[in-house]
Write a protein of this length. Structure first.
Lengths: 309, 309
């Protein structure tokens, strides 16, 4: 297949692209290098069928191929809040251009939605049928509402324009190639641990997150891409349902580093979700997928990566 | 002032535009006549300072003036569901173009959001701080999520680009100039009553709505337009908190018609909110506004209008 990966120079995009190349597909990456980095694509250049184009999904652009996978959007709060209008435009215009492109060329369009569409959930764990608890006018809204509006448009393309759009909601994912300054808890902890610093805990550290290793996530996306069209559900959660408090994660990082625990507590930021955990029954059923890499296993290569950035 | 009203040929837009003209302002209406109608603007043509332009907010367009009031979007489920992608584009692109226009020319931008951002609420009545319960991939999503994303963009323009954007959430509104085929309960009941037909009740008729007469709403919008900038809240509900079941509304229509009650029951459509009622404490406090026209009073001219369409 000829596959376009938008945002392919980013953390998840670069892992996914490498997997597609290894599977023997021709892959074109569009990335504006806003949060993506060319060095994430180093191993990719060994493949003949790899092409990189510096391009921004906010602008319409032509492509010919069989499949589009849209991962283009700043995804960590520190990055998506830096320029909220840019984030909103990337999410909303990006998906609009790609939907029309997919319709025109008859390509399958996979789109990365996010557990952020559930906001600060009042139902646990979150299944796909939960509608979410999201602030439209808060500091996270540019991302959350941009992604919600993107889901809506793609669902309507699927329903009314007969375009093969496929939506997956990514929960917290970690692994090598994360940006050290992305402000997420795994990168924060790993960077701080690698530098021998105190780990920063926001709030009391009892809020939980579930952490999916990036290779597990990529496998889920690829299974969704290969599903016969008639079996594709309207949207599917991809994440690891293992639930850890920030304090438990910190403990694990210290254990792997073989160092003494040192913690620093700071106030919880506005609209920070206190708990989020995927229900992945649907993914198990339709994709035959569930994560297989434990947090301890996945943290090892992640910590190694962060020691060298 | 020179004021642009987008969607000014629609139900609410035509009432608002007439009020602005009567206040002595120069008003330009942009409307693509998708659900707006030129005959709604008949009285307006008596004013020298009135101008109509057939224009679609999905396309960027220039304007010079002091204030923009954005009412451009199909607003009734039957209309907004007819072409969901068109609805999404109107809401999302419309607000994007107008936000950039307002920023460029230094105009105040008022934007009609909607009680639909609360979805099928699990909190009653709804105050502005309630985040809503909205399906991203249902039949109402093109409107609900389009409007939610619009709120987000305008709030970020207010916060990060120092543009004077003002958001109000309109609850159910009724009055002359409603489209007879808009599928809303007031127009349905009035049309059916005027034709001597049975009134259609969806579900058991015990779901409630609050109904605001259009002149009350217009007064609230105009007060928000005239508020000193530093007093403008992030978003304000405009609606009538009086709560009526569909059965009570039907009874009132029969009473005003002086005819015998005849009802027909049909199943409730997908995602239909069972109850919605505004909390308007904020509007009372900052705008000194509350509706003054009772449902019985407002229904009289409305029924008269529907007898003649």
């Amino acid at each position: 297949m000829n596959i376009l990966v938008t945002g392919g120079a980013g953390f998840i995009g670069s892992h996914l692209t490498l997997r597609l190349l290894k599977e023997g597909h021709a892959v074109t990456v569009w990335d504006n290098l806003h949060t993506g980095r060319l060095k994430n694509l180093t191993a990719h250049r060994d493949f003949d069928k790899f092409q990189f184009v510096e391009a921004d999904v906010r602008e319409a652009r032509d492509y010919q191929g069989d499949m589009i996978i849209n991962l283009a959007c700043p995804a960590s709060p520190v990055h998506y809040q830096a320029d909220p209008v840019f984030t909103w435009e990337t999410s909303v215009f990006g998906v609009h251009h790609l939907a029309h492109l997919a319709e025109k060329i008859g390509a399958v369009l996979l789109h990365a939605s996010t557990s952020e569409v559930y906001g600060d959930p009042d139902v646990h764990p979150q299944s796909e049928s939960y509608w979410g608890n999201v602030n439209t006018i808060g500091i996270r809204s540019c991302y959350d509402e941009g992604k919600r509006a993107a889901e809506t448009l793609l669902h309507d393309f699927r329903t009314f324009k007969n375009t093969d759009t496929r939506l997956f909601r990514i929960f917290n994912t970690y692994g090598p190639q994360m940006l050290p300054d992305d402000g997420r808890v795994v990168s924060n902890f790993c960077v701080q641990a690698a530098r021998g610093q105190e780990l920063t805990i926001f709030g009391d550290g009892k809020q939980t997150r579930s952490f999916c290793y990036v290779e597990d996530l990529v496998d889920g996306i690829w299974r969704l891409a290969n599903l016969p069209r008639e079996k594709v559900p309207p949207v599917v959660n991809l994440g690891n349902p293992g639930e850890f408090t920030m304090l438990e994660l910190a403990e694990l990082v210290f254990k792997l580093m073989g160092s003494e625990p040192k913690l620093k507590f700071l106030p919880l930021p506005q609209d920070d979700p206190k708990r989020r955990k995927p229900n992945i029954e649907l993914a198990k059923e339709v994709l035959g997928w569930e994560p297989v890499i434990s947090l301890q296993e996945g943290l090892k290569p992640t910590l190694e990566y962060f020691k060298n950035v």
